[in-house]
Write a protein that binds this ligand. Structure first.
Ligand SMILES: Nc1ncnc2c1ncn2[C@@H]1O[C@H](COP(=O)(O)OP(=O)(O)OP(=O)(O)O)[C@@H](O)[C@H]1O
Ligand SMILES: [Mg+2]
Length: 261
């Protein structure tokens, strides 16, 4: 088997809320291979978002290693990390407005990624931005290019964010509940575009979701997180058919209960 594009080993994240530091992510390890989609699931507060933030180098107090194509991101100085972030590893958040600046047109924001990471000139970067907007499925990409974020719907904004995140064909995309804020039809369209584009680019995805239907439909493997730890990881078919950990079984049982209720 080829070596993983992302190898996370014994990653911990500590939060200092008041007294003793508390591990909200507790010595987790997992790997992602080229083009693979790994789901990260678990109850609210178990540490999924903190894991995502640690992978992006957004939380400083992480321990362990995060090897992206052999480079340990956890040991990189911030200046080097800034070059990697958005180019080799990028992130899509639950709320697209987190990633978009309200005062700039969307086209400029996508073009910026090309200028910063690819060194393109203004006109070239704008053309590249337009092409990305077409690729995420906008029929009228020119209009979206000139729009401000507040002029777009939630689903359109999230597609703009995906265009930004995929602009440099990153090796790894971290998507934290990317469609939770969208209605069900839009969710399906956005996820379909995202996974297609990632497939074409060979980008591996860590897909954080609480929706086991999404896990079943889009993901190859799943890691189940509970109270900061990964308690089980397996291929999706195997996990659904034969959950090994009682917590996984309970999670699947609860999801089935929701479907029946
Ligand atoms: N800014 C903060 N200050 C203190 N505690 C925090 C902070 N952010 C998160 N936490 C705690 O860290 C733990 C992990 O939070 P995290 O956001 O990673 O959970 P999550 O799995 O993403 O949950 P959700 O499914 O609700 O998004 C939680 O127990 C949370 O209470
Ligand atoms: Mg979260």
């Amino acid at each position: 088997m080829k070596s993983p594009v992302l190898a996370v080993r014994d990653l911990s994240v500590f939060l200092q809320d008041g007294g003793q530091p508390r591990a909200v992510v507790d010595t987790i390890s997992f790997e992602l291979h080229e083009g693979e989609i790994l789901a990260l699931v678990g109850e609210s507060g178990c540490g999924k978002t903190k894991t995502a933030e640690a992978l992006m180098g957004l939380v400083p107090t992480a321990a362990g290693s995060i090897e992206l194509c052999g480079t340990n991101l956890a040991a990189l100085p911030e200046a080097r990390l800034r070059r990697v972030r958005g180019r080799d590893i990028s992130m899509v958040f639950q709320e697209p407005l987190t990633a978009l600046d309200p005062v700039f047109r969307t086209g400029n924001q996508i073009a910026d990624v090309f200028r910063r990471h690819r060194g393109l000139g203004r006109a070239e970067a704008r053309r590249a931005a337009l092409e990305m907007l077409q690729r995420v499925g906008f029929a009228d990409a020119g209009h979206v290019l000139r729009s401000y974020p507040h002029e777009l719907s939630g689903g359109m904004r999230q597609r703009v964010v995906i265009a930004m995140a995929m602009a440099c064909r990153p090796r790894v995309l971290v998507a934290d509940e990317p469609t939770t804020a969208l209605d069900v039809t839009t969710q399906a369209q956005v996820l379909a575009r995202l996974t297609e584009m990632a497939g074409e680019a060979g980008t591996a995805i860590l897909l954080i979701t609480h929706d086991l239907g999404i896990v079943a439909h889009y993901c190859d493997r799943a890691a189940v997180m509970r109270m900061g730890r990964i308690v089980e990881q397996a291929g999706v078919d195997q996990l659904f058919a034969q959950p090994q950990h009682p917590y996984t079984a309970a999670l699947l049982g609860a999801a089935r209960g929701n479907l029946l209720s």
